[in-house]
Design a protein around this ligand. Structure first.
Ligand code: GDP
Ligand code: MG
Length: 598
C-alpha cells in the first residue's frame, strides 16, 4: 500500500471528442501489462471472459505504469457517463478523482460540454490536464486549440498534450505527464471508513457490483457496512480492484478505487453518491454532494403488437438491472393496450432506452409524446405532480400550474447567432447573457422551459448551425405556466395515447401538425372521417379524410381466384396491425408517425 503511487483520474470531454477511444487505448495497455504479469492467473480463471466483458463495459480500469522516474504507478481511470442528462453521475465520478484529462478535439475546439465539464472539475478541486486529441486529422489545428485552452478555459496551454487516441500517438507521453501532474490521494487510512459510490453494474451471478472510491479508512472482506443514504446494511462478500478482470483483494484502503460485492440484488438500493461506512464505529457525516436523482422526462411505451407485452416487460426489467435511473410502472391506453409509463433523466436518456429496446431486444415499440412533470395546484389547495396527460385534472379545478425551467448554454460560431436567438425566442427562452469567446464564437445563456427542449429543439439547433452549435443544460426551477391538455379526436372519439400536455399558445400549432400527419396516414373508409384537435370542448384544428367512392376489392371480383385470396390474406395481415378507434381502423404507422419525434 503506497498511496503516493496512486493516481485517480477521469476523462472529461464534449461528446465525440474521443473519450471512449482514449479509454480503449488505456484498457489495451492495461491488458498488455496484465497479460505479461498475470498470465497463469488469467488462464486459471474460468470467469475471465465474463469479467473481461464487464470491465470493458464499465471502463473502470486500473493501469500499472512504469514512469521514466523508475517508479511503477497505479493509475485508476474512473469512467464518467457520456452525456448531458447524466451530469449528476459525472459530478460523483469527478469527486472520486484527484485529476482530470480534459480532451479537446483538435478539429472542433472547445464546445459547450467542454466548458460545463471543466467547471465541474474545478468545483471539485481537480487538477486539469488539457489534452488535444485527433492530431492525426488533416483538419487538426493544434495552435488554434492551444489559444482556446489559454483564452476560453484559462488553463496553461504549455502543458497541453497533443495525442491521437486513434493511432496511439502521444499516449505514453500523456501517461508520463499524468503521473507528474495529478497529485496522489490524501492518506487518510486511520480515519473511519468513508467510501464514495460512483457507479454500479449488475452481474447476473453475483448481483450488484458497486464501484467505490475509498476516501478514508479501509473496507475489508467480511466487514459489515452501512450505506448512509439508504440505510442498507450489508456484509462484504468480495472486494477488489479493476484490473483485466475484477482482481480480488483482502481489503481496499484510503485512496484506492475498486469494487465491492455484498449480496445486493436490486440496483435501486445502490445510489450513486452514497457513502459507505462501517456498520460499527463508522463515520458520523457522509461525504458531501449526495443527491436523489429524479426523472424529469416521462413517456409511455407500448408494444406495436400487443402480443409483445411480456417481451417488453422483460426487456425493461433487464435494462433496469443496470440503470437505476430508469423508472417504470404499468400503464394502459384504450388505443394502444397495455404498456409502461417511464421516467428518464432527459431526452437523450429516453433515446438511449428506445434504441436499446429496439436494437438489443428487437422490439417494435411506440413512445408517446415525451412530457415534463408539471406542478399543479387545485382550487382546493391540493398540490399534484402531473406528467401523464390522462391524469390531467378538469381545468375548472386548477388554480395554477408550474413547469420546470432550465439554464441552457449554447456555443456557436458567430454567423449563426441570429437564427439561434430566434429559435430560443420561439422556444420561450429569455436571454441571460451573450459572450464573445473570441472573434469567431459566441456563448449564449438562456433560461427556458424544459418542455420546449423536448420538442424539436436539438434538430432545429443542429440544422440552423449546420451542426456547429453545441448545447448543455441544467434544471433550475419551476415557473408559472398556462397549461392545457390537447386531445386528438378521430371521427369524434378521443384517442387517449395522442393526448399531450402543452403550453396554451403552442396548442394550435401542435394540433395542426398531428391532424395533418393522421390525415396522411389513415386510409380512406366508406365514410367521411373528421380528425380534430381540441382543448376541452373547443376544436382548435381540423382535417377531414373524404369517403371512398367504391369498394377497392370490387375490381377483383370475377378475376383470378388465387389473386383474390392473396389480397384477402394481405388484408387480414394488415388488420392485425390496425387499431380500432370507434369504427375507424387506425394503422400502427399512424401512431408511429405522430409519436415519433419530428
Ligand atoms: P466520445 O463521445 O468522447 O466517447 O468519443 P469517441 O471516443 O466515441 O470518438 C468519437 C469519434 O471520433 C469516433 O468515430 C472515433 O473513432 C473518432 N476518434 C477518436 N479519437 C480519434 C483520433 O485521435 N483521431 C481520429 N481521426 N479520430 C478519432
Ligand atoms: Mg463515448
Amino acid at each position: 500500500y503506497e498511496p503516493e503511487l496512486i493516481r485517480n483520474f477521469c476523462i472529461i470531454a464534449h461528446i465525440d471528442h474521443g473519450k471512449s477511444t482514449l479509454a480503449d487505448r488505456f484498457i489495451e495497455k492495461a491488458r498488455l501489462v496484465s497479460e505479461r504479469e498475470y498470465k497463469d492467473q488469467i488462464l486459471d480463471s474460468m470467469d475471465i471472459e465474463r469479467e473481461r466483458g464487464i470491465t470493458i463495459k464499465s471502463q473502470a480500469v486500473s493501469l500499472p505504469f512504469t514512469s521514466s522516474d523508475g517508479k511503477t504507478y497505479h493509475l485508476n481511470l474512473v469512467d464518467t457517463p457520456g452525456h448531458v442528462d447524466f451530469s449528476y453521475e459525472v459530478s460523483r465520478a469527478i469527486s472520486a478523482c484527484e485529476g482530470a484529462l480534459l480532451i479537446i478535439d483538435a478539429s472542433q475546439g472547445v464546445e459547450a460540454q467542454t466548458l460545463a465539464n471543466m467547471y465541474m472539475a474545478i468545483e471539485h478541486d481537480l487538477e486539469i490536464l488539457p489534452v488535444i486529441n485527433k492530431i492525426d486529422l488533416p483538419s487538426a489545428d493544434i495552435e488554434f486549440v492551444k489559444k482556446q485552452i489559454d483564452h476560453d478555459l484559462g488553463l496553461d496551454m504549455d502543458i497541453a498534450i497533443p495525442i491521437s487516441a486513434k493511432t496511439g500517438q502521444g499516449v505514453d507521453e500523456l501517461l508520463e505527464a499524468l503521473v507528474q501532474f495529478v497529485p496522489p490521494p490524501k492518506p487518510l487510512i486511520d480515519n473511519p471508513l468513508q467510501a464514495l459510490i460512483f457507479d454500479s453494474h449488475y452481474d447476473p451471478y453475483r448481483g450488484v457490483v458497486v464501484h467505490i472510491r475509498v476516501m478514508a479508512g479501509r473496507i475489508k472482506l467480511g466487514q459489515e457496512v452501512l450505506f448512509m443514504a439508504t440505510g442498507g446494511r450489508y456484509v462484504i462478500e468480495e472486494t477488489g480492484v479493476f484490473r483485466i478482470g475484477n482482481e480480488k483483494r483482502e481489503e481496499l484502503r484510503a485512496g484506492e478505487v475498486g469494487y465491492i460485492i455484498a449480496g445486493i440484488k436490486d440496483i435501486g438500493k445502490v445510489r450513486v453518491g452514497d457513502t459507505v461506512t462501517s456498520a460499527r464505529n463508522g463515520c458520523t457525516t457522509p461525504l458531501p454532494g449526495f443527491k436523489e436523482v429524479k426523472p424529469v422526462v416521462f413517456s409511455s411505451i407500448y408494444p406495436v403488437n400487443s402480443d409483445d407485452y411480456e417481451d417488453l416487460l422483460s426487456a425493461i426489467e433487464k435494462l433496469k438491472l443496470n440503470d437505476a435511473s430508469l423508472i417504470y410502472e404499468k400503464d394502459s391506453s384504450v388505443a394502444l393496450g397495455f404498456g409502461f409509463r417511464c421516467g428518464f433523466l432527459g431526452l437523450l436518456h429516453l433515446e438511449v432506452v428506445q434504441e436499446r429496446l429496439e436494437r438489443e431486444f428487437d422490439l417494435s415499440i411506440v413512445f408517446t409524446s415525451p412530457s415534463v412533470r408539471y406542478r399543479v395546484t387545485l382550487s382546493n389547495g391540493e398540490k399534484l405532480s402531473i406528467d401523464n396527460p390522462l391524469e390531467f385534472p378538469d381545468p375548472s379545478q386548477i388554480q395554477h400550474a408550474e413547469e420546470p425551467y432550465i439554464k441552457a448554454t449554447l456555443i456557436t460560431p458567430a454567423e449563426y447567432v441570429g437564427p439561434i436567438i430566434n429559435l430560443c425566442l420561439e422556444k420561450r427562452g429569455v436571454q441571460e447573457s451573450m459572450t464573445y469567446l473570441d472573434e469567431k464564437r459566441v456563448e449564449l445563456v438562456y433560461s427556458m422551459p424544459l418542455a420546449e427542449v423536448l420538442f424539436d429543439f436539438y434538430d432545429k439547433l443542429k440544422s440552423l448551425s449546420r451542426g456547429y452549435a453545441s448545447f448543455d443544460y441544467e434544471i433550475t426551477d419551476f415557473r408559472p405556466t398556462d397549461l392545457v391538455r390537447l386531445d386528438i379526436l378521430i371521427n369524434g372519439n378521443p384517442v387517449d395515447a395522442l393526448s399531450q400536455l402543452v403550453f396554451r399558445e403552442n396548442a394550435a400549432y401542435r394540433a395542426r401538425k398531428v391532424c395533418k400527419k393522421l390525415r396522411d396516414e389513415i386510409p380512406r373508409h366508406q365514410f367521411k372521417i373528421p380528425i380534430q384537435g381540441a382543448i376541452g370542448a373547443t376544436i382548435i384544428a381540423r382535417e377531414t379524410i373524404s369517403a371512398l367512392r367504391k369498394d377497392v376489392t370490387a375490381k377483383c371480383y370475377g378475376g383470378d381466384i388465387s389473386r383474390k385470396r392473396k389480397l384477402l390474406e394481405k388484408q387480414k395481415e394488415g388488420k392485425k396491425r390496425m387499431k380500432m378507434v370507434g369504427n375507424v381502423e387506425l394503422p400502427q404507422n399512424a401512431f408511429l408517425s405522430v409519436l415519433k419525434a419530428d
